[in-house]
Every structure is written in structure tokens, then in C-alpha cells.
Design a protein around this ligand. Structure first.
Ligand SMILES: [Zn+2]
Length: 76
């Protein structure tokens, strides 16, 4: 099953792309920039203003999903 996902009005600090929220599990929502593939914990980024990071642990499957969702959004 596809995880919960939604594009946000919040944009990436690096490339201004709308960030994608992904619910990987019940207590683990992350936000990912679909272009840079930088990521961070949803609460930290949205509530604490933490920068997205290259080092955030995102699985290859998740990266593929993010790229696909972004492609679908760009070309519906
Ligand atoms: Zn970006």
C-alpha cells in the first residue's frame, strides 16, 4: 500500500520546490524535497524550522516513490 503523502505549501530552502510529506509509519512523518531529495522529520522541519539534510536516512524505495509522485504531480 502506498504511504500517506501530500505536497505542502512549505518549500525547499535550496530550490523552492514544494516539499512532500510522507507518512512512513504512524509516528514517523518525514518531509522530502522531490528535487534535492534532502529530507527531515516533519515536526522538526515544520515546527522548529530545522533545515532539510542530505544525511537524513531515506531508503531507496522511498526515494523512488518521491521521484514518481513528483513526476505525476508535474505531469498529471
Ligand atoms: Zn530542494
Amino acid at each position: 500500500m502506498e504511504p500517506f503523502h501530500a505536497f505542502l505549501t512549505h518549500t525547499c530552502g535550496h530550490c523552492r520546490t514544494p516539499l512532500l510529506r510522507l507518512g512512513l509509519s504512524e509516528n514517523n512523518d518525514i518531509v522530502v524535497c522531490p528535487v534535492c531529495l534532502k529530507a527531515g522529520a516533519f515536526d522538526e522541519v515544520l515546527e522548529e524550522g530545522v533545515e532539510l539534510s542530505d544525511g537524513y536516512d531515506v531508503s531507496d524505495d522511498t526515494k523512488r516513490l518521491v521521484r514518481r509522485l513528483w513526476a505525476e504531480r508535474a505531469a498529471p
